[in-house]
Design a protein around this ligand. Sequence first.
Ligand code: FAD
Ligand code: NAI
Length: 476
Amino acid sequence: MSTKNFDVVVIGGGPGGYIAAIRAAQLGFNAACIDEWKNEKGGPAPGGTCTNVGCIPSKALLQSSEHFEHANHHFADHGITADNVQIDVAKMIGRKATVVKQNNDGILYLFKKNKVSFFHGRGSFVAAKDGGYEIKVAGAAEETLTAKHVIIATGSNARQLPGAEFDEELILSNDGALRIPATPKKLGVIGSGVIGLEMGSVWRRLGAEVTILEAMPAFLGAADESVAKEAAKVFKKQGLDIQLGVKIASVTKGNGSITIAYADAKGAEQSLVVDKLIVSIGRVPNTIGLNSDAVGLKLDERGAIVVDDECKTNLPNVWAVGDVVRGPMLAHKAEEEGVAVAERIAGQHGHVNFGTIPWVIYTSPEIAWVGKTEQQLKAEGVEYKAGQFPFMANGRARALGDTTGFVKMLADAKTDEILGVHIIGPFASELVSEAVVAMEFKASAEDIARICHAHPSLSEATKEAALAVDKRTLNF
Ligand code: FAD
Ligand code: NAI
């Protein structure tokens, strides 16, 4: 076994890690990335949770199931007859696998293009050595590497509910939820967070009766209250049964079914029998296999790697980014941190603005926001103005046949600076970008109101929400 020397070794090839490795190589470093994810043939599958069992496959299934829903329920409005619409779940899952593979292959191509050395296996610390670190790779590749700088990007795993361990047959994590072989008649979901809503929507559209059990008394607590309220109304109408304020008592596996005993919001004992159960109650940072004790890497009580604002750990020249550290568990947050760290290693001033990280929930309607919610501004005692514009009054939304929801803009009462934008409606995931740019450039609501937006476009709703801040909408 030979020793290979690198300036920068990245452990983990998810969006935090692979992007950090590419940026480091672009900056002239001899960079390597170690990732252990295996495809079904045992080959490398870089891209982490995001590519393999997260962002990408979930969006593939959301797309397929939305087509099915449209064919069944909305084509007729356009004069299109589509009788006896069928879904071939195996084919849908196969298409998702192809999309995933395209992304895995794309990352391997990017490593080659940027001259990043890729090692397929588990990376673990051996020891600090000569001002740097020795790292062992075990797996398909068996190597010893040395690194002047190490970037840890080992991501996260689904949180287990005690007494309901994942078997990926009946009790499913995000992994199993993305490859259910046939639409279950009854699907239970524990946790009405992002995964619960996205995966619940997929299987509901395909015909499952979906019940979501949520511990918190309020729905979508992180979102702006008016958005959460609208979302709860729409999801209920769609047939998602979301029960809030529940306390799970037990999860019992039977022969091909699962029984969930729980207390409802009033404390009454309830029982739900389902064919499959998705448990989506958050994720835990993953440091398994890093051998962090060998070098004294500091973890917090949640198991996350302790980092400062610049992603520096307690060890010299060891950095950590993405889901394995504090902050939102989002792919784009991981990527931004990866870029910033590579730039800091190069002596540059990489920066991540946590105040302008967008959030998106890819349900239908989509939900997206950036910045502060109205309830946060109230709690902080910030004086603000709010403007809201419904998609019902937007020509493009009418033409699309999707007029649910609105754009809401919050701006400082004195300076008019935009403090938050909250969208529920068609293509909210795309619309939120304008708000992110505006906030990054510290735009005022008036700035957006004065910018020419294409007609007819959904983005006109953002302009109108900005006009609404000054109580002068033109189309509502
Ligand atoms: P990960 O993507 O988890 O990658 C870590 C990688 O490190 C993995 O490949 C792992 O195998 C590898 N690894 C771990 N330990 C070692 C080791 N010792 N040696 C070698 N390799 C190792 N976020 C969004 O922004 N948008 C979305 O739409 C979205 N959808 C999601 C849907 C689902 C169902 C889930 C579960 C998550 C979703 N997320 C989404 C969250 C997103 O996937 C994560 O925030 C993101 O993947 C974190 O990136 P990361 O690089 O920190 O870690
Ligand atoms: P989450 O944090 O979004 O939601 C978990 C939900 O489970 C919360 O509402 C919580 O109150 C509830 N919960 C916790 N314990 C419970 C219990 N014992 N009983 C009932 N409910 C309980 O976590 P989720 O959905 O698992 O997703 C994990 C992370 O993955 C998200 O935080 C997000 O960062 C990321 N993700 C992002 C997506 C996106 O950006 N579109 C899509 C999917 C996931």
